[in-house]
Write a protein that binds this ligand. Structure first.
Ligand code: NAD
Length: 478
C-alpha cells in the first residue's frame, strides 16, 4: 500500500482520480516509491479547506504566542525525526545524506521555523496618528488569506518550509505543492503540523506536477502564490495570476558571478568557488556559476581551481566521503551534458570534467570551462548543474560590466582585500545578495530574493512575513 498521501483538511487521502506519480532514486535509477498525483478536484478540495480555515479565523485569530508555539513544535518534531527525514530526502534527490542531515537542509529548515515562530510574535501595524483634523488613523497588518507555495526539487523540504514559515506566522492558510519528483518529505509535513497542534485546513499539501500548480494559480479563492522555481514557470504563473489579480512572489533562477581580484586570497577564493559552485551538484539558484578572474592572477587561480575541483569525491550519497552526489534526474543530467557539449563544439576549453560518468545513476562530474564568450549560452543561461565558466578581466570596470551582463540578478560575490572596491561593487552589482570574500551562506534573519529575471519578493527574514500581510487603514472620526 502506498504510504504517502495528499494532506487535505487535516487528513491523509489519495487523489480523487486515483492517479499516482512514481518516485525514482536518481543515485541508482530505481523506482523506490509512489505518491498521489493531485488533479483539479483535489485542488478544489484543498482550497475550500484552506478558505474555510481562514474565514472562520481558527488560525488568524489565535494570538501570536499560540501561532508561535505551533511553529516551534513543528521545528522540534522535524529535528527529532531528522535522520529519518534526511534519509528520505537523500533518496529522492541523490544529495549526500550528511549534507542533508547535518549541513544545508534539515538544520536550516528547523532554524527557519524557529525564526518564524519568534517573528510571529513581533507582527504589528504602524503607530496611530492624526493626519486630518478630527480623525485618528490606525494601520493594521493583516494576513492576506489563502496562500499557495510551489516548490522546486533542489531543496524540497527546505523550500516548502521557506513558504510555510512566513505564511503561518502571518496568520494565512496555506497549500503547498512540492515538485513532482521530490514529494515525500513535504508530504510528511501534514502529520507533523497536526501533531504540533495546527488546526485542520490551515496547511494542505498536494503532490503533483504542473496540473495542480496551474489550477492553484488560477483559483479565484487563492490570494497569493509564492513560487520557487525557474524563470519560465515564474512568467507562466504571473500571467495566469493576472486573471484573478492575485499577488505573486517569485524566487527564480540565477547565474551568480564570483569575482576574483588581483589582491584576493586565491586559495580562499578557489575554496569558496568550488564549494559555492558545486554544492548540491550545482543545482542551486545562488551557485557561483561564473568565475571572473583578474588577468594578472588568472593562471594561478585557474590552477588552484582545477586542483580543488578534482579533489571533490563524487559518488554514493550515503558514503561519508562523498561531497557531490548524483544529479536530480536523467533529464537534468542530459541537459547539463548538452550545455557542455555545445560549448565544447563552439571552441570552449574543458579544463576538467565534461563527460557523463560511466556508472548507474545520474552523475555528472564537477566541470570547469574556459575560453567562453560573454554572449555564449554557457555564460548567459542557467545550466543548473556542476558546471562553472571561467573568464578573465583587465580592470574593475570590465569586471562589473561582465558580472552584471546577464538577465538574472539573484546572487554575486567579490574576493578582494580592498575595502573601497568591495563597497563600490556591493553598491553597483545588480544582484539581491552580494557576498564579500565568501559565497553562499544564508541565514533565517537576512532577506533572500532576486533582481531582474530572478524575480521579486523575499524569502527568509521579517521581510518574507511582510509579503504575506496586507495593510488596512482604519480611520476613526473623533
Ligand atoms: P520548475 O520551474 O520547473 O518547477 C518549480 C515548481 O513549479 C514545481 O513544483 C512544478 O511542478 C511547478 N510548476 C511547473 N509549471 C507550473 C505552472 N505552469 N504553474 C504552476 N506551477 C508550475 O523549477 P525546478 O526545475 O523544479 O527547479 C529549478 C529552478 O528553481 C531553477 O531555475 C532554480 O534557479 C530555481 N530556484 C530558485 C531559488 C531561489 O530562491 N531563487 C531556489 C531554488 C531553486
Amino acid at each position: 500500500m502506498m504510504k504517502y498521501k495528499l494532506w487535505i483538511n487535516g487528513k491523509a487521502c489519495d487523489a480523487v482520480n486515483g492517479e499516482i506519480l512514481a518516485v525514482e532514486n536518481p543515485a541508482t535509477g530505481e523506482i523506490i516509491d509512489s505518491v498521489p498525483d493531485a488533479g483539479k478536484e483535489d485542488v478544489d478540495l484543498a482550497v475550500a479547506a484552506a478558505k474555510s480555515a481562514f474565514d472562520d479565523g481558527r488560525w488568524s485569530k489565535k494570538t501570536p504566542a499560540e501561532r508561535s508555539a505551533v511553529l516551534s513544535k513543528m521545528a522540534d518534531i522535524i529535528e527529532a525525526r531528522s535522520d529519518e527525514i534526511a534519509r528520505i530526502e537523500s533518496e529522492d534527490t541523490g544529495k549526500p545524506f550528511d549534507f542533508v542531515s547535518l549541513g544545508g537542509d534539515i538544520p536550516f529548515a528547523v532554524d527557519n521555523l524557529r525564526f518564524f515562530a519568534a517573528a510571529a510574535r513581533d507582527i504589528k501595524g504602524s503607530a496611530s496618528g492624526e493626519y486630518a483634523q478630527g480623525y485618528t488613523s490606525i494601520l493594521r497588518n493583516e494576513p492576506c488569506g489563502v496562500t499557495v507555495g510551489i516548490a522546486p526539487w533542489n531543496y524540497p523540504l527546505l523550500m516548502a518550509i521557506w513558504k510555510i514559515g512566513p505564511a503561518l506566522a502571518a496568520g494565512c492558510t496555506s497549500i503547498i505543492k512540492p515538485a513532482p519528483i521530490t514529494p515525500r518529505t513535504t508530504l510528511l509535513l501534514g502529520e507533523i503540523a497536526k501533531e504540533a497542534g495546527l488546526p485542520d485546513g490551515v496547511l494542505n499539501i498536494l503532490s503533483g506536477g504542473a496540473t495542480p500548480g496551474e489550477a492553484l494559480t488560477a483559483h479565484p479563492d487563492v490570494q497569493m502564490v509564492s513560487l520557487t522555481g525557474s524563470s519560465r514557470t515564474g512568467k507562466a504563473i504571473m500571467k495566469s495570476a493576472a486573471d484573478t489579480l492575485k499577488r505573486v512572489h517569485l524566487e527564480l533562477g540565477g547565474k551568480a558571478p564570483l569575482i576574483i581580484f588581483d589582491d584576493a586570497d586565491i586559495d580562499l577564493a578557489a575554496e569558496k568557488a568550488v564549494f559555492g559552485g558545486f554544492l548540491n551538484s550545482g543545482q542551486d539558484c545562488t551557485a557561483a556559476t561564473r568565475i571572473l578572474i583578474h588577468e594578472s592572477v588568472y593562471d594561478q587561480a585557474v590552477a588552484t581551481l582545477v586542483k580543488a575541483t578534482e579533489a571533490l569525491k563524487v559518488g554514493d550519497p550515503f558514503d561519508q566521503e562523498t561531497v557531490i552526489g548524483s544529479m536530480i534526474s536523467k533529464i537534468q543530467q542530459q541537459t547539463v551534458a548538452g550545455f557542455v557539449d555545445r560549448a565544447r563544439a563552439a571552441g570552449a576549453k574543458i579544463l576538467t570534467g565534461g563527460k557523463v560518468l560511466d556508472k548507474s545513476g545520474y552523475y555528472y562530474p564537477p566541470t570547469l570551462i574556459a575560453n567562453v564568450e560573454q554572449d555564449s549560452e554557457v555564460v548567459q543561461e542557467e545550466i543548473f548543474g556542476p558546471v562553472l565558466t571561467i573568464q578573465s578581466f583587465a580592470n574593475d570596470e570590465e569586471a562589473l560590466k561582465m558580472a552584471n551582463d546577464v538577465k538574472y540578478g539573484l546572487a554575486s560575490s567579490v574576493f578582494t582585500k580592498n575595502l573601497s572596491r568591495a563597497m563600490r561593487f556591493s553598491r553597483d552589482l545588480t544582484f539581491g545578495t552580494v557576498w564579500i570574500n565568501d559565497h553562499l551562506p544564508l541565514t533565517s534573519e537576512t532577506p533572500h530574493g532576486g533582481f531582474k529575471q530572478s524575480g521579486f519578493g523575499k524569502d527568509l527574514s521579517a521581510e518574507a512575513i511582510s509579503d504575506y500581510l496586507v495593510t488596512k487603514h482604519v480611520m476613526v472620526a473623533l
